[in-house]
Design a protein around this ligand. Sequence first.
Ligand code: PRT
Ligand code: ZN
Length: 217
Amino acid sequence: LVNNNSSLRIAIQKGGRLSEKTLNLLENIGLEFDNYKNRILVPCRNYDVELLLIRDDDIPEYVQDGICELGFVGHNVTAESKADVTGLRALGFGKCRLSVAVPKNNGIKTLKDLDGCRIATSYPVLTRDHFEKQGIRIKTIEISGAVEIAPTLNVADAIADIVSTGGTLKTNGLVELETILNSQAELIQTNQPIDAHKSELIEKLLSRIGARQQAEK
Ligand code: PRT
Ligand code: ZN
């Protein structure tokens, strides 16, 4: 199941919080694309590279399976997927954290107070791992969106969700109890074999990303 195309294939998020910054980064290191709106596979004009534009949730597995050699994705998504990939570089944008939050003024002060409780989340793997490590029994309620409303609806007692400014929690009367994972966008690479031509290109891209990161410091 490896990429049988000669071009280096890079998976990026099709439309979402990381899309624009990822494309900006690729353009800043010299890759030129035209017409990537409404396309799934986008050829690069000046390098033997093509972009695959997909849902971020699908990126770690596509990279794991070698359908794409590289992927740009939030570390939270990679970690939740448990995909067998190598993290090459943290990219400094898309910063957020996966946190446990509870309705304020309901007496829950520590994680242990959630023993036996229901936790709504889109990150059941990371959430279960985190509570298990501390020996706290919980039931995860998997929800794909609007997780923050679950306690109000009495679907759950607490949530584990992505937080950046904290505004969403505040609006919904929730307070953070503990961080499960700190995250930012990262570049991941497949652990499947990569031919010499593509490896050389990856080296080149990496050194340019490194140079840009240095320049931005
Ligand atoms: O369609 P697709 O599946 O590709 O996209 P998506 O809807 O799953 O993801 P998207 O585009 O919302 O986010 C992509 C990635 O951006 C995430 O996986 C994170 O790595 C990163 N990121 C950074 C965030 C946030 N900040 C963020 N604030 N992802 C989501 N949020 C949401 C959060 O879920 C909550 O609803 O924003 C709300 C909280 O924000 P604050 O600022 O109110 O705390
Ligand atoms: Zn997603």
